[in-house]
Design a protein around this ligand. Structure first.
Ligand code: NDP
Length: 445
């Protein structure tokens, strides 16, 4: 980074002292921007960087709820409304014990650029709670969601801020959150949340969109080398929404997916993951991934182990931030990795990204590769506005076009920044320019 960028970065560090994930996300973007700021000094003159790293609004609140034993529990809720230059705030809610302001700010910051890349009219936000849904009953989940929405409802709206799911928040949680919003406001504002049930305003293919989109993005990357997914072996981490549908799409396109994982361990299934069994274990039974191996003879459960290191040309990390460090990347290399596309947000550490680039492994950051989820959420908002529901095929076709556009936009911007083929630089530069231009148009705020 040049001296003036360093100064802005240092100031950001001082203002956000105990927020390592947020600092990491900002550094990752700022590292890419130098050539653009040199060739476009008006961004510096308008203090775009200083403004873009400061959320427009940060809300923190108490969430008190009663567990099944009648004991009162207290969690902390967050909504960080980061940037509304391109449209209403948009971004998911995460329920996980590791959630804190740093995690929510890193996710909200990433979301600004991701949403810009989709080409849709959506700003960036993120929210959530340190509530842990693991092991909670349905009734407890419902009471927590109702308590959470009892504060959140006053900050959101179809044209203001539109939350969705993320880790620990899927269709069940969105249902309970929406029900409480409706009860408090007495309004059926379908467009206030996305990821809704199909028969009450949800979009077909939204559940599949993030995982499918990640695989479609990888397919576009392979095409630049004249290659296809068919016949490739794929390693995937995670066993949640993104991972399950990445497995499904990769296998539809003729690849063989041999791993999935959770925070307890990983599955190696050299015959290829049985996606119907995976869905039963995770979506129906809500069980641990070890249960998959108990029910499938070709699968091996590796307690406490990450999924990397098995023979695979493609790696799709779909679990959580910083799950792939430099050692994990070295394992991937041993397995013969040629391409990494991030289904999760910021799953590679800075060191792992540097190693991947040095090794000439094709690498796509989450803000590009996993943007299919939020893009399809915006399609859900469009359907809600028009009081209509498109077919699965129509939504999927739009998703394919959007992922291809994001891919090409990243490549074009990487050339503009003098680093052709660098998807990380391309995604950061293309997203930044779009948001920065809108911020300049709208004046100082
Ligand atoms: P889910 O809650 O459905 O699944 C998360 C999965 O990741 C679970 O298998 C979970 O295992 C695993 N996991 C979580 N934390 C860890 C950890 N510390 N170590 C190892 N495994 C872990 O979440 P999603 O699939 O929705 O989200 C996964 C990632 O994708 C996140 O980074 C999210 O931000 C990102 N993303 C999600 C989008 C969406 O539409 N849902 C959109 C764009 C990005 P366990 O059960 O043991 O915790």
């Amino acid at each position: 980074m040049d001296a003036s960028l360093e100064m802005i970065y240092d100031e950001m560090l001082q203002r956000n002292g105990e927020q390592p994930e947020f600092q990491q996300a900002v550094r990752e973007v700022m590292n890419s921007l130098e050539p653009i700021l040199v060739s476009h000094p008006h961004y510096t003159d308008a203090a775009i960087l200083e403004r873009i790293v400061e959320p427009e609004r940060q809300i923190m609140f108490r969430v008190a709820w009663q567990d099944d034993a009648g004991i009162t529990r207290v969690n902390r809720g967050y909504r960080v409304e980061f940037n509304s230059a391109l449209g209403p705030y948009k971004g998911g809610l995460r329920f996980h014990p590791t959630v804190n302001l740093s995690v929510i700010k890193f996710l909200g910051f990433e979301q600004i650029f991701k949403n810009a890349l989709t080409g849709q009219q959506i700003g960036g936000a993120k929210g959530g709670s340190d509530f842990d849904p693991h092991g909670k009953s349905d009734a407890e989940i419902m009471r927590f969601c109702q308590a959470f929405m009892t504060e959140l409802y006053r900050h959101i709206g179809p044209h203001t801020d539109v939350p969705a799911g993320d880790i620990g928040v899927g269709g069940r949680e969105i249902g309970y959150l929406y029900g409480q919003y409706k009860r408090i406001t007495n309004r059926f504002d379908a467009g206030v949340l996305t990821g809704k049930g199909i028969n009450w305003g949800g979009s077909l293919a939204r559940t599949e969109a993030t995982g499918y989109g990640t695989v479609l993005f990888a397919q576009n990357m392979l095409a630049t080398k004249g290659e296809v997914l068919e016949g490739k072996t794929v390693a995937i981490s995670g066993a949640g929404n993104v991972a399950i549908y990445a497995v499904e799409k990769a296998q539809q396109l003729g690849a063989k997916v041999v791993t999935v994982s959770d925070s307890s361990g990983s599955i190696y299934d050299p015959e290829g993951i049985d996606v119907a069994l995976l869905k039963d274990v995770k979506e129906v039974q809500r069980a641990r991934i070890s249960n998959y191996a108990q029910r499938r003879s070709s699968a091996e459960y590796r307690d406490g182990a990450k999924p990397w290191g098995v023979p695979a040309q493609i790696a799709l990390p779909c679990a959580t931030q910083n799950e792939v460090n430099a050692q994990d990347f070295a394992q991937m290399v041993k397995g013969g990795v040629e391409l990494i596309a991030e289904g999760a947000n910021m799953p590679l550490t800075h060191a792992a990204i540097e190693e991947a680039k040095a090794a000439k492994v094709l690498y796509a950051p989450g803000k590009a590769a996993n943007a299919g989820g939020v893009a399809t959420s915006a399609l859900e908002m469009q359907q809600n506005d028009g009081q209509t529901q498109w077919t699965f095929a129509k939504v999927e076709e739009k998703l394919e076009q959007i992922m291809a556009n994001i891919h090409d936009t990243c490549l074009e911007a990487s050339e503009q920044a003098g680093q052709p083929g660098d998807y990380q630089v391309g995604a950061n530069v293309a997203g930044f320019i779009k948001v920065a231009n809108a911020m300049i148009d709208q004046g100082i705020m």
